[in-house]
Each structure stands twice: as C-alpha cells, then as structure tokens.
Design a protein around this ligand. Structure first.
Ligand code: AHR
Length: 492
C-alpha cells in the first residue's frame, strides 16, 4: 500500500549553518569503550599508533567525526586528571565505581586522548570534574593543556613530552550535576559553575567554550534557573536525553517495540523546542548553544555481558533513531550547535563494535556516513506534510526529513521512513531549484532487527538508491518502509 507526503523547501530562508559539531561522539571510560576498545596499548598485536587502534581512527576519519567528548559521563566527576599523566608505569590505579567497579590503570589519560583527537583530526571536548574535584584541579587542567606561559603546569606538560599547548576549546563544567555529578539543585549548581568557571582561564589565542550542565530530559525548571543565573556567561548548555527501549535487548525488535522506540525518540523535538523557548527568554540573540552531548538508544545489555558495561548490539532500528535525531538537530541548528551520541565504541548506541582484533561498523555508523554531507552546510527550512502512523503510544509522523545546501550549491535531503510496513511516496518541491541530476543512497534491510555481526559484518550497509523521478523543480521519491534515504541534487 502506498500513501503520499509532500515537502516544500524554502531556499530563500536558508540562513543557519548546520554546525559540524552536531555530528560529534562521546568516548567515556565505560565498559570497553576506552580500554579494550580504542586503547589497546603500544605492545598490542592489534595494529595501533602509540596504543590507539588504527582501524577505529580510520573509521572515525571517514565519517568526519568533528569532536570527541571525554572522559565522561558520570566517570568525569570522579576523574582526577593528574593521575593520568606521566610515565604509564607510575600512574596510580583507580576504581571505576560508576561502571562495573573495575580497576583502571590510568594508561589512557590526557596525552593519549589528545593524541586520539589529533589522529582522528577532530576537536577535543573535556568534561571537567565539578562533583569531586577542586577548583584548583580544574583550573590547572586548563593551564596544563592550553598555556604556553612559564608555569609549573606548562613545565610539567613539557616534562611529559608535549612542548606546545594543544588549544582545547570545549570544556564542560561538570556532568549531570543533578544526578551522578553531585545530586545538586539548579541554583546550587549555578553558583558552583560560576565559581569553577571563573578560574578556567583563556590562554594565548584559545578562547574557552564553557558548557554548563543542562537539564535531564524534560526538567524545564533546571533550564529556567541555570539560564537565569548563568545566561551568556557560558558558551553552551547541555541536554541529555536517551531513547529508552521497552527493556529488551537491542535485537529483540517487534513492530510494537519498533514504534515504542521511535515514539520515544521523537520526544527530542519537543524537548529542544521547549528548552529553546526558555533559552530565548534569557538569550534572545541565541548566543548560548544547546549542546545535546548525550543522546541515543539505551537497550538491555547483550546477554552474558557485564551489566555495568552497557554493551549493546545495534540494529536497523538504531539507524532510524540516529537518522531521526540528526534530522531534528539539523532542523534546529539555530540553537543546537553541538551534539554527541553515546557512546562511540562498544557501549550504548555505538558506531563501532570490537571483539579482539575484529571490528564492525554498525547501522548507526552508516547513517553518520550518509549524513556527513550536512556538516557545515546551510539548513534549508522546509514544510513537511506527511501521514501519521497510529501507534500504541499515540501518532507519529510517517516521515522525518532535513535538508541543506552545501558550498558547491548542491542540495542534500535525508529522509527516514518510520513505517515498519509501508513504502511512502514523497514529492519534494524545490521552488526555483531546477534539478539536473540526483544521486541516492539507502540504508535498509528485510528485517527490523537486522544488524552486523563479527561473522556477517556487511548485513546492513549503504546501497545506492534510484527509486525517484526528477520533474521540473521537483523530485518524487518512493521511500521504502523502514529505511533511511539520502539524496544529493545537482542543479542546472
Ligand atoms: O552514557 C552513560 C551515562 O549516562 C553517562 O555516564 C551519564 O552521563 C548518563 O547518565
């Protein structure tokens, strides 16, 4: 059965840039993200550069990862950075009390993380420890990585093998201070953030982009208080929202749980709009960024794995969740300037899974690959008229769409068909844009729970797509059920 949707692109209103940092990733000390994932150590038989897996770096480069957030998450508020510098055999151990209670040897610290970012060619984003660290400790971390002056911190950095500063711009002032970061009230947090932030200084040409802890999902009061108190004194305000599954494993997908997840994930749109409205009150010029630095699907852990490690598979459903959220961020790029899916390797909605020397790319990875064309392009506002799908939890739209104009004058349209059962016809009206040619890509599979495994790594991959018809200033697309489609339109 085929129904019909329409999309009107308003090229004349295309003003806002889709910041590449919307396509960011999160690397927490959690489970096998760092140890046993990204970091294998210099003596490993797995190909590595200074202890960092080569295949992971290559995969991240391919999708143009713009930044990595580190070291947490909940981990950040009990991380003491000085334990992670200097000769590795002299670093003290620590217990990761948040995630599995495992002992870590601090082998992966500031220098190793910044080496990772340099290898990937991305910006680092540090989460500072506000929950259990001192003002001095955070202030010295900034000085250690950014200062080129003569000081004990810069001498220490040089002694540890790095003569020049790194210039780390993005700094979180704590993480989830309303929860694992210290169970604070918003006014108390605001006072502390002012104090810690006051002592995080700019060095040389590096201007810090300080990011305050923002709300947990729909905690609008948190945003109200923190914006009132901190306002434009910070560069950004974070938002954390996870898409919860029904409590089942990632691969247990029924039509019911498919729609349950998609319905939940669409809540991101409402959260961004409502938090943005509050931010508009205190920051009408939109200079404070909304930074969605933790998002993604949270399933039950894979059977037989450590429950504290949050290791989960990743299926076609996760791909749709990624596509829908990235469309939402693109469409709100006037306020959302940065986002990080959790977490890059071997944890929640990972783009990469590893098992010893093997590595696979998940369906979510492929969506980031398809969408990378939106990075730094100009968002094209659009009006989508689409059918509704009725689900147990209420109606959801049949399609999710975003589009942008790149620097070469090409239009990119990314479309997700949320239906588990029906293809959908979409007519895109392009106003004055006359299409000369179009190239398409699609990510889909026969089954809703299709996924890649170490034995079958290419079950869900990107294929070329040509089920569209070019008309005068329009294009008509047959968007297959449960698929993510990307089109590149070249004009006459
Ligand atoms: O991503 C896992 C955890 O979820 C993070 O450590 C924390 O910030 C959030 O609650």
């Amino acid at each position: 059965q085929q129904k019909g949707s329409s999309l009107l692109l308003d090229l004349e209103k295309a003003h806002y840039k889709i910041d590449r940092n919307i396509y960011g990733h999160f690397t927490e000390h959690l489970g096998r993200c760092i140890y046993g994932g990204i970091w294998v150590g210099e003596n490993s038989s797995i190909p590595n550069v200074r202890g960092i897996r080569k295949d992971i770096v290559e995969a991240m480069k391919k999708i143009k990862v713009p930044f990595l957030r580190w070291p947490g998450g909940c981990f950040a508020d009990e991380y003491h950075w000085m334990d992670g510098i200097g000769p590795r055999d002299k670093r003290p151990t620590m217990i990761n009390t948040n995630w599995g209670g495992v002992t870590e040897d601090n082998g992966f610290g500031t220098h190793e993380f910044l080496d990772l970012c340099e290898q990937v060619g991305c910006e680092p984003y540090f989460s500072g420890n506000l929950g259990s660290g001192t003002v001095r400790e955070l202030s010295q971390w900034v000085e250690y990585v950014n200062s080129d002056d003569v000081s004990p911190m810069t001498e220490l950095r040089k002694k540890n093998g790095r003569p020049e500063p790194w210039s780390v711009k993005f700094w979180g002032i704590g993480n989830e201070s309303w929860g694992c970061g210290g169970d604070m009230e918003p006014d108390y947090y605001s006072d502390l953030a002012k104090r810690y932030g006051r002592f995080m200084k700019d060095f040389g040409d590096t201007r810090l982009n300080k990011i305050a802890v923002g709300p947990n999902g729909n905690d609008y009061n948190w945003t109200e208080v923190v914006m009132k108190e901190l306002g434009n004194s910070v560069w950004g305000l974070s938002l954390h929202y996870y898409t919860w599954n029904t409590g089942e494993h990632a691969t247990d997908v029924t039509e019911k749980s498919w729609y349950y997840s998609l319905h939940n994930t669409l809540m991101m749109n409402e959260l961004i709009e409502k938090h943005s409205k509050i931010m508009d009150k205190y920051d009408p010029g939109k200079s404070v960024a909304l930074v969605v630095d933790e998002w993604g699907m949270w399933h039950a852990v894979e059977p037989g794995t450590n429950p504290g490690f949050l290791y989960q598979q990743n299926t076609l459903r996760d791909a749709l969740v990624a596509g829908i959220n990235l469309n939402i961020f693109n469409n709100h790029c006037d306020r959302v300037k940065m986002a990080a899916i959790a977490q890059a390797v071997n944890v929640l909605q990972a783009i990469i899974l590893t098992e010893n020397e093997k590595m696979i790319l998940t369906p979510t990875y492929h969506v980031f690959d398809m969408y990378k064309v939106h990075q730094d392009a100009i968002m094209i506002p659009s009006v989508l008229e689409t059918d509704s799908i009725s689900t147990d939890r209420g109606n959801i739209p049949n399609l999710s769409v975003s589009s942008s104009l790149d620097k070469n004058g090409k239009i990119h349209i990314t479309v997700c068909n949320l239906s588990a059962t029906d293809d959908e016809n979409l007519i895109c009206n392009l106003n004055a844009f006359s299409v000369k040619s179009c190239e398409g890509q699609i990510l889909t599979a026969d089954k809703l729970n299709a996924h890649n495994t170490f034995d079958d790594p290419d079950k869900v991959v990107v294929n070329s797509f040509n089920d569209f018809k070019i008309g005068k200033n329009k294009i008509e697309i047959n968007v297959p059920k449960h698929s993510v489609v990307a089109l590149e339109l070249t004009g006459d």
